[in-house]
Ligand binder design. Sequence first.
Ligand code: HEM
Length: 133
Amino acid sequence: MIVYYLQIKWLHVLAVLASGALFTLRGGFVLAGARWPMAAPWRYLSYSIDTGLLTAAAMLASILPAAMFANGWLAAKLALLPVYVVLGSFALKRARTQGGRALSYAGSLLVFGFIIGIARAHHPLGPLLRFTL
Ligand code: HEM
């Protein structure tokens, strides 16, 4: 499967971009009071993109040698994924107040960006790495 590594990686990155863009759009419109972001087609589109994202992710992780993850960057990504999911779910529906929704939305986008930073840096500190010695 290693011959398809680059294609799978681009599928993963494409799904990451699509997932982030869709969530940003839906969350922004929920904050503005719109109801369409929670309609079935948008929810199912989001589930499908995320399934593709995670399937490609699992394939990448199984292709690469374990030594690639020795510094814990993949573990950090995996640990932050549920944080992103929970914050995202509060941003879209679970938060009871507008302030709670806004805070969850900002938090989930921050965590999403941090996960991308970890992936790019191949380091658990991700974007914070540049502030270390
Ligand atoms: C189960 C969850 C995930 C796993 C197991 C996983 C695993 C991986 C692996 C193995 C790579 C390849 C690294 C390389 O070839 O250098 C990768 C790349 C990447 N991942 Fe994930 N990933 C997951 C979720 C995510 C999420 C949620 C995001 C975005 C928020 C994300 C963003 C990226 C990006 C941007 C890259 C490309 C990094 C580069 O430029 O080399 N991943 N991921």
